[in-house]
Design a protein. Structure first.
Lengths: 370, 287, 276
């Protein structure tokens, strides 16, 4: 398993001169050939981390290893990486071909013009931009510029490809198309890729693994499935999922978990799912995904571990093939996601069921208990 | 990338070296020389003698007075004419660029060359201006050779020369005013005068403060215009002697560099004070 | 809905513009016309406006009486050299100030900005002493040396470079370009407009320079145009038509440059000073 840890980030830290602590401590590793998404809200430190891996920013602590070798004191150009910037950073005065050739014609490992052209053409073919060779970037569409930026990043045949929000400047439809293309391309080339995004859907759809960031720390480093199904803390649960997860305030009283309008015995919970024990008298947050909180009118299969709560529907929102029903429980706004075919009116009084094997319980520090 | 990239000093080296030798050192040296007497090749410390000399030299006070009169007349007059011209051209003329191009011409052309033309036009015997004045039965003074007219001639030349910069900067500021202000004002039925006083002028205040101080500082350094208008002299009987002309004379003609440097230091502080006041005012205006 | 109505206010406004337009342009026209007059025409009363016939011979006389060709050459050399070197030093300095991080950057910026306030006239005489100490009077080097850097233009380029997205520099670093390659292959081609403006303003200033060359040259062969011009007007005495012809020669090249590049020049001046 020697290729297990292709990139290793160890206790990486970054504090800016003004005292702002952008990265508190970040550690993770990336397997060779994986496409890993760095996901998180803006300001969480994901781009800062990417820039430190690229060598564009000096960390104030920690280490970055690639194939076991420390990269901290290596200049960006010697790190063997490709980088696709959010705004593409294409050189506006050069043609597409000159842009793609540029990395091959500067620095120590300069190649001859002909050779550079040949390599550039190969990658332009790969990204389907051969016919744009003589155009200036200003004339290209967002999607075309994106491809040029990728071709330029790949032309040096780097070991690692870093992409910083590469799709955020594209319109929604194109974004879906290009993200599939990017996944196909990096898999074809076989390059290890770090992909920064704030869009969870994007991360879930293309990442082999997802590293979830918040406030300068890694929250969870996992596959998309696990991130969705087994969030390690309240932040992960809240961040992933659309519409967002439902949270209920609960309290443990006499070995019962008590919320507003529902209660169940601790013994009803599955033993093997406990990470910690529930403390008598403590408050917790019970979280359940909107698609697991369904009104009885729908095709819910009634099982014996179901629990119920009643609510008046306050608002209904249509999203594609589904409806979001909104109601309030104990001051929290909650959502239920049902199929479009079920008719519900505002003001309807409905009974919702949830399964205990599908709920999460977090303590007041946001840590997962169940 | 490293936090402290020492190679930056390599890129800055040419600038820093030349700036040290030709901007910083001369300031220090001017101070030192202002405390020395004698010819330039053999200067000896003489304490405050140079300062005592200039402060008791009526020529120095005359030069300062001339400079002040020139500055405090030329600058406001030129500025008022510039504001009127810029506003008229901006609001009433279709071919704005054409007029802007024309009004800016004096800025790029040699003062010396234009001075020759002005000398010809202002000539007391066969000059065009006096001919026109006589034609409409106005007094036709000898603009260049009558000492009492020297400063007035210089002011005329100065106003002519400073319109260019002012107009172009003001036009730039006028273009920056959101046209929706005027659309709104039209909807409320504001008159042209109301629009000028209530919208345009308040919006121009930062630009006008900037021009006022830049012009004043420029006016305090006037030299080439004098040289050009009076063909290398400071007017008949030094009637148009200005501060820099005084310094030049003491330095190059009379060969008393110490005195010249003492005058330079005084002028330097006057200009520094003006710059300082400008900063204060600009800050207040902008906030 | 605008109705064009005759009003005395409008007449006054147009008259005002017209008068000042004439006052501004007339000296240039009169200079060119006067340069083509005969001696008699320049001294008659009433004054001549348009010469009876164009005395092109005036220009030949100007070149015969003073080494104007030499003045042109000297002026062209010093203005070009100071412009090119100033561009070079300003590009390097502005690059370091915008793209590099180093200790002492804030201090350097502060010093340079303070020096921007020092009037040139306050240091020009001591600079003369320095050039004299170096034994560089009456040399090209002495003429250009203090004008090979300009804090003003460097500051101008700094604002120009800052407007370029900083990721362009990062991209070039990733692509393996050295700082030198970044400057000449990316920064300079991307800043053509700004460099053009700086170049034009610097060249015009060099062409029109007067006090500095007056101080550091006294040999006729080293004189620049404007100094040659003043010397010529003294020598030519009352030959007004020759003085005007010589003035025309001095001004025309710059006016030609101005009319070709007026957009860059005017925009450059405006952009600069609105930011100050």
């Amino acid at each position: 398993m020697e290729n297990k840890k292709f990139i290793e980030v160890k206790d990486l830290q970054k504090t800016y001169d003004n005292g702002h602590q952008a990265i508190k401590s970040v550690s993770f590793s990336v397997n060779k050939g994986d496409l890993v998404c760095l996901l998180g809200p803006s300001g969480c430190g994901k781009t800062t981390t990417l820039n430190m891996i690229a060598g564009l920013l000096a960390p104030t602590g920690g280490d970055i290893l690639v194939e076991g070798k420390s990269m901290i004191h290596v200049e960006p150009k010697d790190r063997n990486i490709g980088y696709v910037f959010q705004n593409y950073a294409l050189y506006p005065h050069m043609t597409v071909l000159q842009n793609v050739m540029f990395p091959l014609t500067v620095g120590k490992g300069k190649k001859s013009k002909n050779e550079a052209k040949k390599i550039a053409k190969r990658y332009m073919q790969l990204t389907h931009i051969e016919e744009l060779a003589d155009q200036k970037p200003g004339k290209l569409s967002g999607g075309q510029q994106q491809r040029v930026a990728i071709a330029r990043a790949l032309v040096q045949e780097p070991k690692i490809l870093l992409m910083d929000e590469p799709l955020s400047n594209l319109d929604a439809r194109l974004r879906l198309k290009i993200r599939e293309e990017i996944r196909a391309l990096v898999k074809e080339v076989g390059i290890t890729t770090l992909f920064v995004t704030h869009d969870q859907e994007e991360a879930l759809s293309i990442g082999d693994r997802i590293i979830l960031f918040n406030e300068g720390t890694v929250q969870q480093n996992d596959t998309g499935d696990n991130l969705y199904l087994e969030p390690v803390n309240q932040f992960a649960a809240n961040f992933i999922g659309n519409p967002v997860i439902d949270n209920f305030k609960v309290k443990v009283e006499n070995d019962y978990v008590v919320g507003k309008g529902f209660k169940f015995a601790i013994t009803d919970l599955k033993n093997e799912r406990f990470k910690k024990t529930l403390q008598e008298g403590q408050t917790y947050t019970l979280s359940v995904r909107p698609e697991n909180l369904l009104p009885l009118m729908t095709e819910v299969k009634i099982e014996n571990d179901d629990h119920y709560l009643e609510a008046d529907i306050e608002d209904i929102e249509l999203i594609g093939r589904e409806r979001v029903l909104k109601f309030t429980n104990d001051g929290n706004s909650e959502r239920s996601l049902i199929n479009l075919e079920h008719q519900v009116k505002r003001g309807d009084h409905l009974t919702f069921s949830f399964k205990l094997k599908r709920v999460y319980i977090f303590d007041d520090n946001g840590e997962r208990v169940y | 990338m490293k936090q402290n990239q020492k190679k930056a000093w390599l890129f800055l080296a040419p600038i820093l070296i030349l700036v040290t030798v030709f901007s910083i050192w001369p300031i220090i040296r001017a101070f030192i020389m202002s405390f020395k007497g004698g010819p330039i090749i053999n200067m000896q410390y003489n304490g405050l003698a140079n300062y005592q000399y200039i402060f008791s030299d009526p020529d120095f006070w005359h030069a300062i007075a001339n400079t002040a009169i020139y500055a405090f007349v030329t600058v406001p007059v030129a500025l008022i004419i510039s504001i009127a011209l810029a506003w008229f051209v901006f609001s009433k003329i279709k071919h704005k660029t054409f007029f802007e191009t024309m009004f800016f011409m004096p800025y790029v052309t040699s003062t010396i060359a234009i001075g020759i033309v002005f000398r010809y036009i202002l000539n007391g015997k066969y000059g065009l201006l006096d001919y026109l004045l006589r034609a409409i039965h106005l007094p036709a003074p000898d603009w260049l050779d009558d000492p009492s007219m020297s400063i007035i001639s210089l002011i005329m030349f100065g106003v002519w020369a400073s319109l260019a910069f002012n107009i172009v900067i003001l036009m730039g500021a006028l273009r920056n005013i959101d046209p929706n202000y005027y659309v709104l004002a039209d909807m409320y039925g504001a008159s042209e005068m109301e629009k000028f006083w209530r919208i345009t002028l308040p919006q121009l205040v930062p630009t006008i403060t900037f021009l006022l101080t830049v012009n004043l500082i420029g006016a305090f350094k006037i030299y080439t215009q004098v040289y050009a208008l009076f063909n290398g002299a400071a007017g008949q009987a030094n009637s148009a002697m200005t501060a820099v002309f005084y310094i030049y004379n003491k330095f190059q003609v009379v060969n008393t560099p110490g005195v010249a440097m003492a005058a330079t230091v005084v002028l330097f502080f006057i200009i520094l004070l003006a710059t300082f006041i400008q900063r204060k005012i600009t800050k207040k205006v902008n906030s | 809905m605008k109705k064009k109505k005759f009003s005395w206010g409008m007449v006054v406004i147009y008259l005002f513009i017209a008068i000042f337009a004439i006052i501004t342009v007339f000296p240039f026209i009169y200079m060119i016309l006067g340069g083509l007059m005969s001696y008699e025409e320049t001294t008659t009363i009433p004054p001549t406006l348009i010469p009876h016939h164009f005395n092109w011979d005036n220009f030949r006389q100007v070149f015969a009486q003073a080494p104007f060709a030499r003045y042109f050459l000297n002026t062209f050399i010093t203005a070009s050299v100071s412009t090119l070197v100033t561009l070079f030093t300003s590009i390097l300095g502005a690059f370091a100030m915008v793209y590099l991080k180093f200790r002492g950057k804030g201090f350097i910026q502060l010093i340079l900005l303070s020096l921007l306030m020092v009037p040139a006239e306050a240091i020009i005489f001591t600079n003369y002493t320095t050039i004299m100490d170096m034994g560089l009077l009456n040399t090209y080097l002495g003429l250009v040396l203090p004008f090979l850097v300009s804090i003003f233009y460097m500051y101008y380029l700094q604002s120009y470079f800052t407007a370029i997205s900083p990721t362009i520099y990062k991209a070039a670093k990733i692509d393996g370009a050295s700082d030198w390659e970044f400057i000449w292959k990316i920064l300079v081609p991307m800043s053509k407009g700004g460099l053009m403006t700086v170049g034009l303003l610097s060249f015009i200033a060099g062409w029109n320079s007067f006090l500095w060359p007056l101080l550091v040259t006294n040999e006729d062969s080293m004189r620049l145009l404007n100094n040659g011009l003043t010397a010529f007007t003294t020598d030519a005495g009352a030959q007004t038509q020759l003085q005007l012809a010589a003035a025309t020669l001095t001004v025309l090249p710059i006016l030609v440059i101005y009319f070709i590049f007026r957009k860059q020049i005017i925009n450059g001046v405006v952009r600069n000073d609105l930011k100050a």
